[in-house]
Design a binder for this molecule. Structure first.
Ligand code: SAM
Length: 197
C-alpha cells in the first residue's frame, strides 16, 4: 500500500518535471468512481502519456482491463516501466502508435478520450464502433484551463484561439449528437460523459 502510494507520487513528480500533462486529482476521482459505479470492465484510453490514468483506473478493481494508445515513444516507454512497477502488465495493454492508425476489434464499456484536443470529434467517430451498446465515452479538458469560458478576444495566441474554437465545436457536436446523451461536469479540467441511448 505504502509502496503503491510512493509509486503514484513518483509518477506525478515525473509528469511535473517533464511537462507531461496528466489528469488532475478530482478528474481521476471522477473517472475511478464512474468505473466503480457502472461496473466498467473494459476501458479503451486514447492518450496514455506515462500511464498514470490507466494505472489509476486499473487499481480501482481487479476486473478492470485497459487498452491504451500513445504515439510519443518516450512517454510510451515510461508508461511500460510504470505499468511493470505496479505489476499490471496482464491488465493494461499499451499500444505505441498514432491512434488514427489503430484499428481495434474489441468492444469496450468505456472509451476515455484524452489525446490531441483538436481531434476529439475524429477520435469519437473513429472509436465509437468499439463501444458496447449503452457504453460511455468520457472526454477530458473541455474547459481547457478555463479558456473555453473566455471571450475569444481575451486569448492572445492565435493557435490557442483555434484550439479553443475546436473544443467548443466538440462540445456543440456532443450536444447535438442524438445517438448519445451527454452530461458535462465542471470537474478537473472539464469532463463530458456521453452515453449511448
Ligand atoms: N491520460 C493521461 C493521464 O491522465 O495520465 C494523459 C494523456 S495526455 C493529456 C495526452 C497524450 O495523448 C499525450 O501523451 C500525447 O502524446 C497523446 N496523443 C495525442 N494525440 C495522439 C494520437 N493521435 N494518438 C496517440 N496518442 C496521442
Amino acid at each position: 500500500m505504502v509502496e503503491k502510494r510512493n509509486l503514484i507520487r513518483q509518477m506525478k513528480e515525473y509528469a511535473e518535471e517533464h511537462n507531461v500533462p496528466i489528469m488532475l486529482d478530482d478528474g481521476i476521482d471522477f473517472l475511478t468512481t464512474f468505473i466503480l459505479k457502472k461496473h466498467v470492465c473494459h476501458v479503451l484510453e486514447i492518450g496514455t502519456a506515462i500511464g498514470y490514468s490507466a494505472i489509476m483506473m486499473a487499481l480501482v478493481d481487479p476486473n478492470v482491463k485497459i487498452t491504451s494508445i500513445e504515439r510519443d515513444n518516450e512517454r510510451y516507454l515510461e508508461a511500460i516501466k510504470n505499468v511493470k512497477a505496479f505489476g499490471l502488465e496482464d491488465r493494461i495493454t499499451l499500444i505505441y502508435n498514432d491512434a488514427f492508425n489503430v484499428k481495434l476489434d474489441g468492444q469496450f464499456d468505456l472509451i476515455f478520450i484524452d489525446a490531441a484536443k483538436a481531434q476529439n470529434i475524429k477520435f469519437f467517430e473513429m472509436f465509437e464502433r468499439n463501444l458496447v451498446s449503452s457504453g460511455s465515452i468520457i472526454t477530458d479538458n473541455l474547459n481547457f484551463h478555463g479558456l473555453v469560458q473566455k471571450n475569444e478576444e481575451e486569448i492572445k495566441s492565435r493557435n490557442v484561439r483555434a484550439l479553443v474554437r475546436k473544443i467548443k465545436n466538440y462540445i456543440d457536436y456532443l450536444k447535438n449528437n442524438s445517438q448519445y446523451h451527454t452530461e458535462f461536469f465542471d470537474i478537473g479540467d472539464g469532463i463530458s460523459v456521453s452515453t449511448k441511448k
